[in-house]
Design a protein around this ligand. Structure first.
Ligand SMILES: [Zn+2]
Length: 158
C-alpha cells in the first residue's frame, strides 16, 4: 500500500520494516516518519472519507447542480399549446396572449382594442367595424405565434 509524502504528496510504498522510522521520500527526498501499521489503516479511511465530503459538498452546495435539474424541469412545467392559445383568442381575443405570457398585450387586446374599434366604428358610421374581423383573426394568429415564441424561449433556456 502507498502513503502520501507529507511534502510532495507523492505515493510512497509503505513498508513494515521502516514503520515508525525516519525515511526519505523517493520523489522529493524529504525526511518524514513512516507511519505505523495502526496509523496507516486510520489514514486510509480518512483518505476515503475526505473525497466523500467533497462530492457531498458539491451536491449540497450543488444548487449549481440543481440548475441542471431545474433546466430539465422548466419545459415540462409550462409548455404552451399554440392551439389552445389560438382557441382562447378565438373565444376572446387577448386571452390566448395572456395564456402565452404576453399579459400586457393580451389585456390590451381584451379590454382596450374592442373599445377602440367601437369608438372608431362610431366615428366612421359603422364602417370601422370592418376592423373587427381583422382584430379577431389577427388576434387568434398572434396568440398562436406568442405561444410558439414562449415555447422557443423556454427551450432556449435549456
Ligand atoms: Zn516527497
Amino acid at each position: 500500500m502507498d502513503i502520501a509524502c507529507p511534502y510532495c504528496q507523492g505515493a510512497v510504498l509503505w513498508d513494515a520494516a521502516t514503520a515508525g522510522q525516519s525515511v526519505s521520500c523517493p520523489h522529493c527526498s524529504g525526511l518524514f516518519t513512516m507511519p505505523n501499521m495502526q496509523s496507516v489503516p486510520q489514514a486510509i479511511p480518512q483518505a476515503v472519507q475526505q473525497p466523500q465530503p467533497g462530492p457531498q459538498g458539491q451536491v449540497v452546495g450543488g444548487a449549481p447542480v440543481q440548475p441542471g435539474y431545474g433546466g430539465g424541469y422548466y419545459p415540462p412545467a409550462p409548455p404552451k399549446s399554440e392551439v389552445l392559445a389560438a382557441i382562447l383568442s378565438f373565444l376572446w381575443v387577448g386571452l390566448g396572449q395572456v395564456y402565452a405570457g404576453e399579459v400586457v398585450i393580451g389585456l390590451l387586446l381584451m379590454f382596450v382594442a374592442p373599445g377602440a374599434i367601437a369608438v372608431i366604428a362610431v366615428f366612421t358610421f359603422g364602417f370601422g367595424l370592418i376592423l373587427f374581423p381583422v382584430y379577431w383573426i389577427g388576434g387568434i394568429w398572434h396568440a398562436y405565434v406568442c405561444a410558439a415564441n414562449a415555447n422557443r424561449r423556454a427551450t432556449g433556456m435549456r
